[in-house]
Ligand binder design. Structure first.
Ligand code: C2E
Ligand code: MG
Ligand code: MG
Ligand code: MG
Length: 270
């Protein structure tokens, strides 16, 4: 309880800091220094099937600041995107993820696991992104079909042709793609036909109300049918209760992620 109280104070402190331009500059320089000092940490949260067997993990970044404690991504990723630091952070996450997958590949107990990495739109726009990915995979010897990227629907709003080409290139190198927070974007469903993605990740806002809202259940049923029609794996995120899990399984969802199964923890503890 003491820890979560501290967290709340911290969040409030940082929100008010962001209001002030000078203090924002301060946070940016702390983050820059934090990156140099190796203060970023990769956490991971399991994704399970309907029998609760772990299929893979999602990497979730944290910043462990000596001054501010453990800072969640929502409090520094937007700033990192605005300043361009996201490129460097993204490279670090990709490197860590590939290294981890190579370690898992050597152990029969973990070699089946996939690892999902969240990408910002800005990373995808880097000219040599596909080459960077191939380079890290080759460097560590990552097997095909294990690295997965999570993109939000927003990446489909600009230069769809380029995104399609990039995802096809990645697919040819054995990298899978998932559409994160699915159902919250504004993009047309017709792009799904053209897009080389393999997974839809139903947003937590639908999971939150699936048990007692018939309209939510209808939306999830539609996403599941869409997934079947396009041959996509359908995952639900933010599953917190047993009734949510049961209902989602009844509706045909393939895989599940949430506090019900595990909170994110340091990836070394997987
Ligand atoms: P996301 O990819 O949609 O990740 C899901 C978020 O929901 C995570 O928050 C996770 O800890 C949280 N979560 C998981 N299960 C539950 C649950 O049962 N209940 C509740 N209430 N929450 C749950 P987190 O770790 O704070 O990450 C927030 C967002 O930050 C992520 O949303 C993702 O968009 C972004 N992010 C995280 N790591 C990275 C990264 O390495 N690079 C980039 N570009 N973005 C990242
Ligand atoms: Mg995600
Ligand atoms: Mg998500
Ligand atoms: Mg989300």
């Amino acid at each position: 309880a003491r820890q979560s109280g501290g967290h709340r104070r911290l969040r409030h402190f940082q929100r008010s800091m962001l209001d002030d331009a000078r203090e924002r500059v301060q946070l940016v320089s702390e983050l820059r220094r934090g990156i140099e000092r190796g203060e970023l940490r990769l956490f991971a949260q399991p994704i399970v099937d309907r029998h609760r067997r772990v299929l893979g993990e999602e990497g979730l970044i944290r910043w462990r600041s000596p001054e501010r404690g453990l800072i969640p991504p929502d409090e520094f990723i937007p700033l990192a995107e605005q300043t361009g630091m996201i490129i460097e952070i993204g490279e670090w996450v990709l490197d860590q993820a590939c290294r981890q997958l190579a370690v898992w590949a050597r152990d029969p107990a973990t070699q089946h696991l996939t690892l999902s990495v969240n990408l910002s739109e800005r990373q995808l726009r880097e000219r040599d992104f596909a080459e960077q990915v191939r380079d890290r995979m080759d460097h560590y010897g990552v097997p095909a079909g294990k690295l997965k990227f999570e993109l939000t629907e927003s990446v489909l709003n600009t230069d769809l042709d380029r995104t399609i080409r990039l995802l096809s290139l990645l697919r040819a190198d054995g990298v899978l793609t998932s559409l994160d927070d699915f159902g919250t974007g504004y993009s047309s469903l017709s792009y799904l036909r053209q897009l080389p993605v393999q997974q839809l990740k139903i947003d937590q806002s639908f999971v939150d109300t699936v048990v007692d809202n018939a309209q939510t259940a209808a939306v999830i049923t539609m996403i599941v049918q869409l997934g079947r029609a396009f041959g996509l794996h359908v995952v639900a995120e933010g599953v917190e209760t047993e009734p949510q899990f049961q209902r989602l399984a009844e509706l045909g969802v393939d895989a599940f992620q949430g506090f019900l199964f595990s909170k994110p923890r340091p990836i070394s503890e997987v």
